[in-house]
Ligand binder design. Structure first.
Ligand SMILES: Nc1ncnc2c1ncn2[C@@H]1O[C@H](COP(=O)(O)OP(=O)(O)OP(=O)(O)O)[C@@H](O)[C@H]1O
Length: 710
């Protein structure tokens, strides 16, 4: 530990360890045991693996979910003279070759990778030959299947730890409830961490944050409360979290133009360059960012004075993580939540969007079972295409393949590959294609005979050419790489295909497929209900009746860190008043609305899709039919989803689950024509478009509109 302290001083320039840093490092380095480190955002988790990495012989591998985060940490370490690198998709071929060389020559101390990298066979075999002194798993709560931030790829990290014989493991997280801690520490499916001696927590309470919750009726009243909070923030920055991208843009404009505040928006719909620009602007100044939850992870800014939740957050885990970005310098900071009951439907629709219908699951499974097995014993799938074909979201597809892998033992993910290669002769090598022409191997000939020349780029479908020529796909790809290395052409890849080694025959009998589909559906449905329950528990939290800081710490299993259970700083401690917050989850929907939906959409083979359409749940099929922009989308947003489902099941059964001829509606419903005839009675309203006139009143108020924009 003396060496650890010396390193802390010499490499980082810090006088002493913070919180549980020292205990965690001792556990790893002195005891040689696994550990879990629970520290709030900004608590100083990174040092818990960075210091041991320098003390231990061998390589420390860090699994981290975000490329930007990896890069920041890697750059900060190399600036301090630490041999650190990352392997991620943003590196060029030369850069990643150089990193692999450093690994083989044992020149690196710390390597950052994303969990998806662990599916890459070449990477796994290279790492298996190294001495892995420590495997650090950042954001390790993603491993818990019942946690709100679950990521399918994380489930494989613990298996990987065993396979590469990592000498010790450190899991890190800022937000884990007691049940998530149990999942992380599980000896079988988790990381085998002793609950009694291996878990280190600094407590979830941040005394410098004052949690204020003020219910609002509408957008206008939210802005009226928001503006003074932002204006009064003093010498520091602010983040305003909103649920949907469009609102981030609109609110940032309103704050700038109407209220003369220095605000910019940030969300995943913006280009990577634009996002980088906004992030750098935020870090270097004291501005306001209006953002979706895409913003904030890994931002190490000490003086964020105000964090606002313009809508109710979707989980208490999100809330805790997002408010945790305020006051990292320990100075008093304010966290304001402006909930209104109309915030709820859209969040529930997000939770419902991850479960496909049973029918979708069934046909997807059938296609996986029927997929042709390559010579090397693998099947492959383009998740993007499958998502559209089978109406299953891409995250859900990843989860389904992971269940087939980890729970059913049928498949094992292996190195993905690209289906399409695009080559362009390099300007510096004008004779490029002549060179390629002269490069006469059987692979070259096959590629030349099958490629499709375009104006600038020539596209090569390696799967089609492999099938036509009988030459192995990997040999064809190797040939393209040789052209690239010779400097003759630039290469761009597209159409990533996930690849799975078939371990056991997939079910082919109808009843076996049916049974597996039912099992998968149940699992996804249970997750959905858990997500909805979590959302409703945020609504319960909002109502208050006790100290908010205590209640939040309690949720994370820490009932001691708020002295006397009263922080003295939150809106409940200050007023002693509970909040009358009663969102509606079971508003009635009318026959007219149901008939309207059925008139607009001819789908009858999928009641869940129709219920989703009524509730405002997006899906690839709804988008493809142009329905997510239609007025029916979300017209029953405050109804009970289960009751909608029951109703549409009955409607579909009546039609024998056979689709009507009209599957896609026109973008605007005309008042003449089938849809309008079957639709609700026209009112004499002065609405501008026929579509508006045809629409019955929405039970969801503004929520459906918002959902459309999500
Ligand atoms: N012992 C220490 N002494 C002084 N500063 C420290 C110490 N440990 C960490 N820090 C600083 O605290 C800040 C937060 O640390 P770090 O980024 O590791 O937190 P984190 O827990 O990983 O946060 P996040 O959850 O946001 O990733 C950094 O600027 C770091 O350099």
């Amino acid at each position: 530990m003396d060496e650890a302290r010396a390193l802390l001083r010499d490499v980082w320039g810090y006088d002493g360890f913070r919180g549980v840093q020292e205990d965690v490092i001792r556990r790893l380095v002195v005891d040689g045991e696994n550990a879990l480190c629970l520290m709030p955002t900004g608590g100083g988790k990174s040092l818990c693996f960075q210091v041991p990495a320098l003390l231990l012989d061998g390589l420390t591998l860090v699994v981290s979910p975000l490329i930007a985060l990896m890069k920041d940490q890697r750059d900060a370490l190399t600036a301090r003279g630490v041999a650190a690198a990352s392997l991620d998709s943003s590196l060029s071929v030369e850069e990643s070759t150089a990193v692999r060389q450093q690994i083989r020559e044992k020149k690196l101390k710390i390597l950052y990778v994303a969990p998806e990298r662990l599916n890459n066979e070449m990477f796994v075999s290279m790492i298996s030959e190294q001495e892995i002194a420590l495997l650090a798993v950042d954001e390790s709560h993603c491993v818990s299947e019942w946690g709100p931030s679950f990521r399918a790829e994380y489930l494989k990290v613990s298996r990987f730890a065993k396979e590469i014989a990592a000498q010790r493991v450190l899991c890190l997280t800022a937000t884990a409830t007691p049940s998530v801690v149990k999942d992380i520490c599980d000896p079988e499916n988790g990381f085998n961490i002793e609950l009694e001696h291996g878990v280190f927590s600094t407590g979830a309470f941040r005394p410098n944050l004052s949690l204020l919750i003020k219910p609002c009726l509408n957008f206008k009243s939210k802005v009226a409360l928001l503006v003074p909070s932002l204006k009064g923030r003093g010498d520091g920055a602010a983040i305003v979290y909103v649920t949907i991208q469009k609102q981030a843009d609109e609110l940032a404009t309103e704050l700038t133009e109407t209220h003369k505040l220095d605000a910019r928006s940030y969300h995943a719909g913006m280009s990577a360059d634009k996002r980088k620009e906004v992030q750098e602007w935020f870090i270097s100044g004291n501005g306001i960012v209006v953002a979706t939850i895409a913003f904030g992870m890994g931002i190490d800014k000490p003086n964020i004075r105000v964090v606002v939740h313009f809508q109710i957050p979707k989980t208490l885990e999100n809330y805790s993580q997002e408010i945790g970005r305020a006051g990292r310098d320990g100075l008093p900071s304010t966290c304001v939540m402006l909930p209104s009951s109309s915030d709820m439907p859209i969040l529930e629709s997000f939770a419902r969007a991850n479960t496909p219908s049973k029918q979708s699951l069934h046909v997807w499974l059938k296609s996986v079972s029927a997929a042709p097995v390559d010579k090397d014993g693998t099947i492959s799938a383009n998740h993007y295409e499958q998502s559209n074909t089978f109406d299953i979201g891409r995250n859900t597809l990843s989860l389904l393949f992971t269940i087939l892998e980890l729970q059913c033992g049928l498949l094992r993910a292996t190195t993905p590959f690209y289906q399409e290669y695009n080559v362009k002769p390099l300007a510096a090598a004008p004779m490029a294609f002549e060179n390629i022409g002269r490069h006469d191997t059987k692979e070259s000939r096959a590629l030349r005979s099958g490629w499709k020349t375009g104006k600038t780029w020539t596209s090569i479908d390696v799967i089609a050419i492999s099938e036509a020529s009988g030459i192995d796909r990997t040999e064809l790809v190797r040939q393209i790489s040789r052209w690239e290395y010779s400097g003759w052409c630039e290469v761009k890849v597209a159409g990533v295909r996930s690849r799975y080694r078939v371990l056991e025959d997939l079910p082919t009998a109808e009843e076996d497929i049916q049974q597996l589909a039912e099992q998968l559906f149940k699992q996804l449905h249970d997750r959905e209900e858990a997500d909805v329950a979590r959302l409703r528990s945020v609504a319960e939290f909002v109502k208050g009746g006790t100290c908010y800081a205590h209640e939040l710490a309690n949720y994370f299993g820490d009932d001691k860190s708020v002295p006397g259970g009263k922080c003295g700083n939150c809106s409940f401690c200050k007023t002693g008043l509970a909040i009358p917050f009663e969102p509606k989850y079971d508003a009635p929907f009318s026959d007219k609305q149901v008939r309207w939906i059925l008139a607009v959409c001819g789908v009858r083979d999928d009641p869940r899709m129709l219920a989703g359409l009524a509730f405002g749940v997006t899906s690839p099929r709804i988008t493809a039919l142009g329905l997510s922009k239609h007025d029916v989308f979300g017209c029953c947003a405050t109804a009970d989803f289960g009751k909608l489902l029951e109703r549409f099941e009955a409607e579909c059964a009546e039609c024998g689950f056979k689709n009507k001829a009209v599957l896609a509606p026109p973008k605007e419903v005309k008042t003449t024509g089938a849809a309008a005839k079957a639709g609700p009675a026209k009112s004499g309203s002065t609405a501008k478009t026929p579509a508006k006139r045809a629409a019955p009143a929405k039970t969801g108020g503004g929520a459906a509109k918002k959902a459309k924009k999500a």
